[in-house]
Design a protein around this ligand. Sequence first.
Ligand code: SAM
Length: 244
Amino acid sequence: MDDAPNSEHFTLTPIGYVVSDYPDKFGIPRQPGLAPAANARLVLTAPYNDPLAVRGLEAFSHLWLSFIFHQSPERWSPLVRPPRLGGNRKIGVFASRSTHRPNRLGLSLVKIAGIDTQHGVTLQLQGCDLVSGTPVVDIKPYLPWAESHPHAQAGFAPHAPTLMDVVFHPQALETLTKRQDSATLYALIEQVLGQDPRPAYKQKETHSERLYGVRLRDVDVKFRPYPNNEATTLEVMAVEPYAE
Ligand code: SAM
């Protein structure tokens, strides 16, 4: 065996998979907690779905998820272009939360909304920033007294992103209000579009003929910039069943 430290390999086996409100990567907020209305389940798989393995977890409110960016390419490079910097300026991959990184490991802090141990183990989560199907490799309870540093320096992302206003076209609102999950879906749309999912170079746009689309739950949310304003509002034009 080669004894150079960087020749070691470690095999990771998922302990479970996320089922989330996000069928697609596009539009997912860039950090957990930015869309608290986003619901997800983490379904643990055998042999990790033993209720004994989560005994005591119900006494914690938040959880760290270690997961694999399974939809990102394996290739990586030392410099990345964070969307937060407009997609032009480059920064070191290890100074970023980029999804294109060696080992493709991600880390998200989420709220525990429930723990079901009736059949295996399923954790109900809130505020998750992961696409449905994301493999999770470990979970750990969050310790606020050790891990919360509200005054820490946060480099090129010192503050939470500025939110867009979101308005609904009456027809879109009508479709939405007919749904059983209308209240939570409304909140989710508002929170997701509030982050402005458009590409950075389109974010100054005040008028667009084309509609953008974001998939949330089982619907396709069609939106566009609200015309004739300061580019601070997005308008939801339709909430349609998603067609492959
Ligand atoms: N909080 C995590 C972290 O810091 O490691 C994720 C941050 S990353 C910037 C968030 C983005 O990852 C989301 O906006 C979404 O587009 C993308 N994403 C979510 N799940 C993914 C997956 N399984 N594979 C690849 N990209 C994913």
